[in-house]
Design a binder for this molecule. Sequence first.
Ligand code: ADP
Ligand code: MG
Length: 257
Amino acid sequence: MTFLEVKDLRVSIDGKEILSGLNLNVDKGEVHAIMGPNGSGKSTLANAILGHPKYTVNSGDIAVKGESIIKLSTDLRARKGLFLGFQYPTEISGVGYSHFLRNAYNTLSKSLGEEQNREVFLTVREFHEYLNKNLDAVGLDKSFLSRYLNEGFSGGEKKRSEVMQMLVLKPNIAILDEPDSGLDIDAVKSVAEAINKLIDTGAGIIVITHYARILRYLKKLDYVHVVAKGKIIKSGGKQLSEELETKGYGWLGLEDK
Ligand code: ADP
Ligand code: MG
């Protein structure tokens, strides 16, 4: 059984259907890329998997280890080891960065501890050392630990921060919504290297992106899918992302659909 199954999923926002029968299976250890034109439903898929209240599932199912999760709140989905790195991370004033991560890490360890080998941090100081190591991995300095979540972070810092949270929390399946958008070339590389670290933990990963560049740095890429008009219209390997980068989407005949 595949860890995460999206079955014939139809999702609408404010009464407008955005996903119209999307199928996707992602197992632990697999790396999937999702590409596709603007407005095709990529972020809708990511948000629907985590249960964003704005997105209504009209039919179909989302299952983790064979059990439907569509009735579960977002925090219960997160406790199953699902993680979403946002396309547009929100600034949350008053929520201390390291405090937030420590709570999230401990909560996740309670639900995932038995099935996953997670470090136990006995003191705040030990946990901060762990955070510092992960901040280093994405090129953020440790002054971020004393700030509020995303508050005043630049666009690039927000993107690095999302990936750093993923590294810290060690999810079973991480969905990263355009982790490379707005990043300079060096930052794209360090974000890709952070993803490689998560790959080493055996997690499954979905990278939503417009560019082949970030995918070239990944140590593993099993599938590339193209989403258009709320469905996966083509799947292939790494080669497909390179083809899209040079040819665009026109050759897929989207205009006729
Ligand atoms: P992608 O991430 O592939 O660029 P999205 O999933 O963000 O696309 O958006 C899919 C479509 O949903 C877009 O056409 C967008 O305009 C539309 N959409 C998003 N929010 C709403 C809304 N509140 N009401 C109507 N349409 C919306
Ligand atoms: Mg999007």
